[in-house]
Design a protein around this ligand. Structure first.
Ligand SMILES: NC(=O)c1ccc[n+]([C@@H]2O[C@H](COP(=O)([O-])OP(=O)(O)OC[C@H]3O[C@@H](n4cnc5c(N)ncnc54)[C@H](OP(=O)(O)O)[C@@H]3O)[C@@H](O)[C@H]2O)c1
Length: 283
């Protein structure tokens, strides 16, 4: 039997790296999607050094750049004819308003719109799997969010909670709408909250700003390690226990109740239609 193929976004750091190591350990061929070649190569060496029975490859993708996502999707199509697991894990949070290359607010652009385009461009490969699984790493921070259709890129009223909350609510609404669209193809789509996990989330990659907070938080017992934080994503990707389960939201490897706004199918459909236009999938 050929190895199953999994693709993990944001695979060079935190939970993405821990997920890649665990899936390679379980025999998967892991495509590690990273935006930086240097950080990606370092992470690839860590996965290889962990010595799992599977394999890993680096694929470059900047989710803050639609043209990079299109090149990435072509690259993945050149490497494999089937994807069994897609883990949309990459994420950003920014205290200050920033924009992607295409002028999207950064958190919505990377966490939602970048993954929206990437997933749609990879769907044909996932449909080739006998029982494809898509795992969307969201966050309990969705509770603080709302989809602001009047000002989705938060040009008027930006703050970090509104921005991150909106992007994570979008992750869940996207997963639920996608689950309906791929149900007939036997593809399962679930989202999750990993809990509070000590990673590099929020640390500025260029300046290192935020590193002090990161070190201080590390002294608190409330935080999980990246390996612990990755366990629900790995469970949804690989466990036979969730075979056939789709459109659920998980926390600690168990289905978890959502607030009503995250189960609003009308908003999910509206977000889908808006996202399609925004990333240029339809004119
Ligand atoms: N940590 C928590 O407590 C927590 C709680 C709830 C949910 N989450 C979610 O968990 C997921 C993983 O985050 P983490 O905590 O493991 O943080 P992390 O260590 O900062 O990892 C984030 C990953 O996303 C990548 N990324 C950022 N911008 C990107 C872009 N433009 N294109 C491609 N990749 C990009 C990063 O790459 P670079 O290294 O190149 O920047 C990194 O690999 C995120 O979706 C986050 O929202 C985290």
């Amino acid at each position: 039997m050929t190895a199953k193929t999994a693709l993990v976004t944001g695979a060079n750091s935190g939970m993405g790296l821990a997920t890649s190591i665990e899936l390679a350990d379980r025999g998967y061929r892991v495509l590690m999607a990273c935006r930086s070649r240097q950080r990606g190569e370092e992470a690839l060496r860590q996965v290889e050094a962990a010595g799992g029975s599977g394999s890993a490859e680096l694929v470059l993708c900047d989710l803050a750049d639609l043209s990079s996502i299109r090149r990435f999707a072509d690259d993945v199509h050149g490497r494999t004819s089937r994807l069994d697991v897609l883990i949309n894990n990459a994420g950003v949070v920014s205290p200050k308003r920033q924009e992607t290359r295409d002028g999207f607010e950064l958190a919505l652009g990377v966490n939602h719109l970048g993954h929206f385009l990437a997933t749609n461009l990879l769907l044909d490969l996932i449909r080739e799997s006998e029982a494809g699984r898509i795992v969307v790493v969201a966050s309990g921070a969705y509770k603080a969010g709302r989809i602001d259709f009047d000002d989705p890129h938060l040009r008027e009223r930006y703050n970090v909670i509104r921005s991150y909350g909106q992007s994570k609510l979008a992750n869940i609404l996207f997963a639920r709408e996608l689950a309906l669209r791929v149900y007939e193809d036997g593809v399962a789509v679930n989202s999750l909250h990993p809990g509070a996990v000590l990673t590099q989330l929020g640390v500025n990659r260029g300046t290192g700003f935020g590193q002090g907070v990161y070190r201080a938080l590390g002294k608190l017992p409330a935080f999980q390690t990246p390996e612990e934080g990755a366990s629900t994503a790995v469970y949804l990707a690989d466990s036979p226990e969730v075979e056939g389960i789709s459109r659920e939201y998980f926390y600690r490897s168990r289905p978890h109740r959502l607030d009503r706004k995250a189960e609003d199918d009308q908003t999910a459909a509206r977000l889908w239609a808006w996202s399609e236009r925004e990333v240029g999938l339809i004119p």
